[in-house]
Design a protein around this ligand. Structure first.
Ligand code: FE
Ligand code: FE
Ligand code: ZN
Length: 293
């Protein structure tokens, strides 16, 4: 299984991220190339990148499975203010250049918020923005994430994902990132995940799924909330998440945990242990205190 979590991208850049991932027992990871809430970015250090690539090779992390996540604040959906739309486009272009320098293949993007626009216009804006970003030379793929439907988020069902994909010109450079919490909150029953995959394969095609965010949810199906819970501590439940993780059709897809920290501790090592052993840990908080004391 290709499994990891989101990790920090700090002073040691990709090297630090890879080291954190290895400390969790992960064989992949996802990072933001700066704070997810802002667009302040440092330039990529070529030496650190080279060290990171060697470190990953040595620790059996295939760089082809490593994922970048774009910051939340870019919004490709709304172009009432042309300046902010253009800013989002140029920021994402820049981000793609930065990850190209590091040899990263995927960048996950939240499609955006329609705000006062009607959804169909918003979906077309997203596709148009991506058409302005991608060129035949672009190496990384943009992965549109399935969203929970909080506020005016776009990309909340298969129909909306398909409208976006259908209107993108360079189709082989765009894929989908599923998120189990977002699916649950958007109205999909993860207990019937195979039914969802069947629909997905009929309308979009399973080969488009390039990443899965594995999160439990604090809220019931269809709540449109988007609050992540630790594995087995939410409404989706441990067994349903294990079924997603071990789904044979998705065995080559990187799985990324974005579950919340407990107290001041990252839960990922222990959650990865749970996944590998397929055994729920009811003492996560105490075991974390032990692990990091
Ligand atoms: Fe996301
Ligand atoms: Fe996510
Ligand atoms: Zn989320």
């Amino acid at each position: 299984m290709i499994i990891g979590s989101h990790v920090n991208f700090g002073a040691k850049q990709l090297l630090g991220s890879a080291q954190t991932a290895v400390s969790y027992g992960a064989n992949t990871f996802m990072f933001y190339t700066g704070a997810p809430q802002n667009t302040i970015r440092k330039s990529i250090d070529a030496n650190l990148t080279k060290e990171a690539q060697e470190y990953m090779k040595y620790h059996d992390i295939d760089i082809n499975n490593v994922i970048c996540h774009a910051p939340y604040i870019i919004n490709l959906a709304n172009r009432e203010k042309e300046d902010s739309w253009n800013f989002s486009i140029s920021f994402l272009k820049n981000e793609i250049n930065r990850i190209t320098e590091m040899g990263i293949n995927y960048i996950v993007v939240h499609p955006g918020n329609a705000l006062k626009l009607d959804r169909m216009t918003a979906l077309h804006n997203i596709a148009e923005a991506i058409n302005l970003i991608l060129t035949p030379e672009t190496k990384p793929m943009i992965l549109l994430e399935t969203m929970a439907g909080k506020g005016t988020e776009c990309g909340i069902n298969l129909y909306e994902l398909k409208v976006m994909l259908d209107n993108i010109t360079l189709k082989d450079k765009v894929g989908i990132c599923l998120d189990t919490c977002h699916l649950n909150d958007s109205g999909i029953d993860i207990a019937k995940f195979d039914d969802y995959l069947k629909e997905f394969s009929e309308s979009i095609g399973l080969e488009k799924i390039k990443c899965i965010h594995i999160n439990d949810s604090k809220n019931p199906i269809g709540s449109h909330k988007d609050r992540h819970a630790n594995l087995g501590y939410g409404t989706i439940g441990f067994d349903n998440l294990i079924n997603v993780l071990y789904n044979f059709k998705l065995k080559d897809v990187p799985k990324i945990l974005e579950t919340p920290w407990i107290l001041e501790y990252p839960p990922y090592k222990l959650e990865i242990d749970m996944i590998k052993s397929k055994k729920f840990n009811p003492n996560l908080e105490n075991d974390l205190k032990e692990l990091y004391k």
